[in-house]
Design a protein around this ligand. Sequence first.
Ligand code: FES
Length: 174
Amino acid sequence: MSDDLQRKIQEAIQNPKNIGEMQNADSVGTVGSPDCGDMLRMWVKFKEDSEGRKVIDRATFQTFGCETAIAVASVATELIAGKTVDEALSMSGTDLAAPLGALPPMKIHCAQLVEGALRSALAPEAKPAPAPSGLTAPQAAIPTAAGSLYESFAAPAPAEKKVKVVLKQPASPE
Ligand code: FES
């Protein structure tokens, strides 16, 4: 991995944008990679733009993922703001990671994880798209009120697997 890419990833994970569950999301999608066990969930809120088009207002994410996945999700959620569903769906993992630069082959699936979660979140708005290679099929959009990522992926990771957790456990009701 180049020094420039490593620096941009470090910058992104030190100040990740749009991280966390979105309470009033219109859609949410989740995808996981069986190759590495990482998971990513993305929430999307739509709005109507000045031309009357339905566009993505904002998107947020949570992940049990590596630093690259966090960095790509951070820049991707900024990239897709203001785009229509079709425009967002036309973006590949490479497109979504473009602000970071070219990813090495072993990290391409990290961007595909973000692409898969985005496609899953946008699934009700578009024709079903196949999951990017190596990923489990995206789940159909699930209600925002669905359980947290913690609850969905509570199964313990294999002992030898190192998993980065970037979530906050939801506060329990008092
Ligand atoms: Fe699996 Fe990056 S998402 S190693």
